[in-house]
Design a protein around this ligand. Structure first.
Ligand code: SF4
Length: 380
């Protein structure tokens, strides 16, 4: 164990670390400025357990109904000998039906082995290298592959839905998502999240090829995104570019090398340990836990509720400190350089003098105050 592991272990306490996944990696890019989340995820700390113990459970999760719909949809795409998948890949990638051969990586492992991804990763890696070097006939479609990506010095195992190996020598990631495409349009936030998850798979695939001295360019930036069409379970596929998400994720993974620097700023002995009793019930005093959490700088935005279990806690914290980010990203950007509403109000009423950098925004705020006062007077 290196010193970084030891420091992250001290922060986490004796709980088992939670591994990263494509979803948590995608969340990294959703709020890259948040050091709190970077450190907590690197330490593998259970954010949901933290938020629950602090009395601010995370935003509502997917309903059981939605989860069941998602599983049924995936079955529909991959079932019946992949009939729907083949149709969709032929339409989007031009795969000839005769080219389609499968390998289900779940079949190489026993139930017990399936719970540890190493064996499926070794097999996945071997199939990918064979396909890329032409040493073996390529498996055109790999189901349940397992990829590996180093994150802050630790291997993270990732499980894409499907990898398709095009007959012209290009790999494509295939993502099956249960959010619908309605009249040709899908929710852009959901599409971006799916592309960011796919970006993690693309980087992991490229790492395998680069390790073998093969060209990472064999892995396309384009992914095949499969969704239900309109309000049915009939699947439809679109080819989407994940280039922007790949670049963004690579940037943020590189940034995780700053972890030692972030940890250097924490007072010695800072811990987010919940100190569970023998029944697993947390005993750590909330005030004490909150004080430790406050030492990790947060960067709250209202979009945190889409991707982070600590969203309610961080929102309340931002409000209690009169932070401008609690009012939304637009407000924070409009009055950039002024971090609290207390400062903004003091600038407006002249209790503090603006710095050179604050003069323009102070004039704008005073103008807004005059308009507001006029409107109030007019409606009285
Ligand atoms: S909810 Fe809090 S910890 Fe999570 S990303 Fe937002 S600011 Fe960071």
């Amino acid at each position: 164990m290196n010193s970084l592991d030891t420091r992250l272990g001290t922060l986490r306490g004796p709980a088992r670390p939670l591994p990263h996944s494509a979803r948590t990696l995608a969340a990294l890019t959703a709020n890259p400025a948040c050091d709190r989340r970077s450190v907590i995820d690197a330490a593998g700390i259970d954010k949901d357990a933290l938020a629950t113990h602090l009395g601010t459970p995370g935003p509502v999760r997917k309903s059981q109904l939605a989860l069941r719909f998602g599983l049924a949809f995936e079955d529909r795409v991959l079932g019946r000998d992949h009939a729907e998948l083949v149709r969709l890949l032929r339409e989007t990638l031009g795969l000839d039906l005769a080219d389609v051969a499968y390998e289900d990586l779940n079949r190489v492992a026993t139930d017990q082995e399936r719970s540890t991804p190493t064996l499926r990763h070794i097999r996945t890696r071997s199939l990918i290298i064979s396909a890329a070097t032409g040493l073996a006939p390529p498996r055109t479609v790999l189901n349940h592959p397992v990829l590996r990506l180093p994150v802050a010095g630790h291997p993270v195992y990732l499980e894409p839905d499907v990898l398709a190996f095009h007959h012209d020598g290009t790999f494509h990631v295939v993502e099956i998502k249960s959010f619908p495409v309605i009249h040709g349009q899908a929710d852009p936030v959901s599409v971006n999240a799916a592309l960011t998850q796919a970006a993690a798979y693309i980087l992991a695939l490229r790492d395998i090829l680069a390790d073998e001295g093969l060209s990472p360019e064999c892995v396309s930036d384009d992914i095949v995104l499969i969704n239900p069409l309109n309000f049915t379970q009939r699947p439809t596929a679109t080819r989407q570019s994940a280039r922007r998400q790949v670049n963004s994720l690579r940037f943020h993974l590189d940034r995780l090398r700053r972890l030692p620097e972030l940890l250097d700023h924490l007072p010695t002995g800072t811990s987010l340990d919940l100190a569970p009793d023998p029944e697993g019930k947390p005993t750590r005093p909330r005030r004490d836990l909150a004080a430790s959490l406050a030492r990790l700088p947060a960067h709250y935005t209202p979009r945190c509720r889409h991707h982070c279990d600590l969203a309610v806690y961080c929102r309340d914290e931002a409000r209690s400190r009169n932070r401008t980010e609690a009012l939304g990203t637009a407000v924070r950007e409009d009055i950039a350089g002024i971090t609290t509403t207390t400062t903004a109000l003091a600038l407006v009423d002249g209790h503090i003098h603006p710095s050179d950098a604050q003069e323009d925004i102070t004039r704008a705020l005073r103008h807004a105050q005059r308009l507001y006062d006029d409107l109030q007077a007019g409606s009285a």
